[in-house]
Ligand binder design. Structure first.
Ligand code: UDX
Length: 440
């Protein structure tokens, strides 16, 4: 069969990356969004978020003539053979459940214009059962009716590695209801599959579940080691050594076993909560009840970091100068959604500290959401006169700070390493009082 023309509906983090990479791989792609400003920026060659390698690929894709952008669903329906749904599913206000407004609205807006056989492919992270519900909705709304099929192809991309994860993912999952849908998906990923990327073909519900199961597992692994950190703190043991020793067991492995301030971002926290909410609805809430503990352990790391800073500040942070290194939820990202770093910084501010933040990429985003905090020009500037320095996001440039140079600018040489990113012996040798979660 012919090479499909692709549309990508929702040009946020996931959609923009998918659209750009697919065009680079040789497909004709139309990116669609309701946000005219976002579409204008992309069409002019500007990636609206921080992602290494993506601006260069956007330029290349635009130059090839294979990538265009629009706000018209009518145009998208006329153009595309395979339509990827990439809109967000944030946490609902006042509930743990996922907000399905954007998915439902975009699928409905597209369906109304589908007049010939086409495949609609969900990539967004959704509660299991969504694909079945959308299938019925699409068939009812689309003029082409039963000719329209739905498939699910969950996305596993990591921020900071989005290009790599899209071009050469560790696996593809195709949730399909027919052989035709599978064939269309294989055609839509032909250059990716040609690199021997494994593909798991399954039903719609399983494909939806793979994503939340994977993220729950990763969150569990992080909170597991952070729970061990709590035990270490009560006994004088060292969680860093413990994690390293565990990692030698290849059944356990060392990845996502880094203790510290815990997970944040636009995915892990909201995905485990939405999973709990959906499991409750299905009457199997008990099966994933442990995720409540995982979430709780993760939140306690933030509180414990504030406690450590308070201890180093002499028991009270009121009026104390605190330097907060990091704002993004992880390094190599400007994303501050549910960022543990900003959570700690703003809590310290609420407790009466004078907090100065520096982050290599997330300054603009942080200033917008937390105008009450003070911002430095660089790490040393933020640390000037500080009573306590707290490292909250493990950027390489923070790992490379010279402890002596920083000691020369602070008021008191006291540091909390919230990410186990620094070498304690080096910092202590330079005269610092060094503290980290789960370490003596
Ligand atoms: C995650 C999943 O990895 C990805 O597959 C999914 O599609 C989207 O969610 P991302 O949100 O980019 O990707 O972040 P990730 O790199 O997984 O990190 C999540 C959080 O865990 C970060 O806050 C990070 O600092 C923290 N983390 C990670 C730890 O605290 N310890 C670790 O050992 C690893």
């Amino acid at each position: 069969m012919n090479t499909p023309r692709l549309t990508v509906i929702g040009t946020g983090y996931l959609g923009a990356t998918h659209a750009i990479c697919m065009a680079v791989l040789g497909f004709e792609v139309l990116g669609v969004d309701v946000d005219q400003a976002k579409i204008d920026r992309l069409a002019s060659g500007e990636v609206p978020f921080f992602e290494p390698g993506l601006p260069e690929l956007l330029a290349k894709a635009l130059e090839s003539g294979r990538l265009r952008f629009t706000t018209s669903f009518e145009e998208a329906a006329a153009f595309g053979d395979v339509h990827f749904i990439c809109v967000g599913t944030p946490q609902k206000q006042g509930s743990h459940a996922a907000d399905m407004t954007y998915v439902d609205a975009s699928v409905a807006a597209l369906a109304k214009h589908l007049t010939r056989k086409a495949l609609v492919v969900g990539k967004s992270t959704v509660p299991v059962g969504t694909a079945a519900r959308l299938t019925a909705m699409v068939k009812e709304l689309a003029p082409a009716g039963d000719e329209i099929e739905l498939a699910w192809n969950p996305e596993f991309l990591r921020e900071g590695f989005a290009v790599e994860d899209t071009m050469r993912p560790d696996r593809l999952v195709f949730g399909v209801a027919s052989a035709w849908a599978e064939e269309r998906l294989r055609a839509a990923f032909e250059p990716v599959l040609a690199q021997d990327v494994p593909v798991k073909v399954t039903d719609l519900a399983t494909a939806e579940l793979v994503k939340v199961a994977a993220n729950s597992f990763l969150a569990t692994k992080i909170s597991y080691i952070n729970a061990m950190a709590e035990v270490c703190e009560a006994t004088g043991a060292d969680v860093s050594d413990l994690a390293e020793a565990l990692a030698f067991d290849t059944r356990i492995g060392g990845r996502f076993l880094r203790p510290g301030l815990g997970f944040g971002g636009g995915c892990l926290p909201k995905d485990i909560r939405a999973f709990m909410a959906r499991a409750e609805e299905l009457g199997v809430g008990q099966a994933v009840g442990f995720l409540r503990e995982i979430d709780g352990i993760n939140q306690r790391r933030r509180a414990r970091t504030v406690d450590l800073v308070t201890e180093l500040a002499g028991g009270d942070v009121r009026g104390k100068k605190i330097a907060a290194l990091g704002a993004a939820f992880k390094p190599n990202s400007d994303d501050i959604r549910d960022a543990p770093a900003l959570d700690v910084a703003s809590t310290l501010h609420r407790l009466g500290a004078e907090v100065t933040v520096f982050d290599p990429a997330a300054m603009e985003n942080a200033k917008r959401v937390h105008p009450e905090l003070t911002y430095g020009e660089n790490a040393l500037d933020a640390a000037a006169g500080a009573d306590v320095v707290v490292l909250l996001t493990e950027w390489t440039e923070f790992r490379e700070i010279d402890p002596a140079a920083m000691a020369a600018v602070v008021g008191t040489a006291a540091i909390v390493d919230g990410r186990h990113a620094l070498e304690p012996a080096e910092w202590r040798a330079a005269g610092w009082e060094y503290r980290a979660l789960g370490r003596p």
